[in-house]
Design a protein around this ligand. Sequence first.
Ligand SMILES: [Mg+2]
Length: 304
Amino acid sequence: MKVKDGMIGLIIGDALGVPVEFTSREELKEDPVMDMIGYGTYNMPPGTWSDDSSMAIATMASIVNKQAIDYDDLMCEFIEWIYNGKYTQYNDTFDYGITTANGINAYKNGCEAILSGGTGERDNGNGSLMRILPLAFIPDIDYETIENVSGLTHGHLRSKIACVFYIEIAKSMIKNNLSIDEHIKSASEKIKNYYKDSGELNHFNRIFNDELDDVDTIKSGGYVIDTFESVIYSLKTTDNFKDAVLRAVNLGRDTDTVGAICGGLAGIFYGFDAIPIYWIDAIPKINKVLELCEKYEAYCDGCL
Ligand SMILES: [Mg+2]
């Protein structure tokens, strides 16, 4: 079941990174994350997921409830999450991005859902990329819909392209039995072709051209391109789920989001059985997510 592979992978990557969010690479080199440690940055127990997982879970829940992608309903669930702690384990929304909060509040103040996300250059954080994975499981999802779902909080074309690119890599992994390099190459060709007139493709050049070998050039902060490069680097330089997500987290800075976005792809690529069971068992309330994954998979199957 690919939904479970990807979503549990994402949640594990998020939860591994939460205790060390904002920690530098140098500090993590001295004392790397090797397990589900908990506490640290937000003083939350081991296995606590953050905004990345909550918003991806909210997305699945909305689509299951509506049996459709309903932009207004997605926004209503995001409001429930950010203000009331829905889709968190302890009714506590302890982590959210400014651009995400701004988009949700714009909608609350009457803006149309798909126009609520910021469109400035500075609005290109990783906040839509971190929650977009559920769309990868919907057969024949179109680029416009992916762009619109990004645009609920992140309306700049660069953020939208990042989401479409990520979904294309995930879709390639779901459908085809190829190497990681081949999946990235195949998705790159589609993105280069579709967005050739956008003026935005140059930002993705290092991924397109496979120029991510030197870790010192990989910035693992919240800018969507830096995050995306960190994820691709982590996938390309490891050969199993555990090493991929630990490498992503130990790059430092935006550890939970880089871990989550990497974990989503690594989960799909290596499969659920490759995710250490003791990590899955360390996530409180994971059974509720597994139930939702089943309902979501049934919805996706019905779209065929
Ligand atoms: Mg987070």
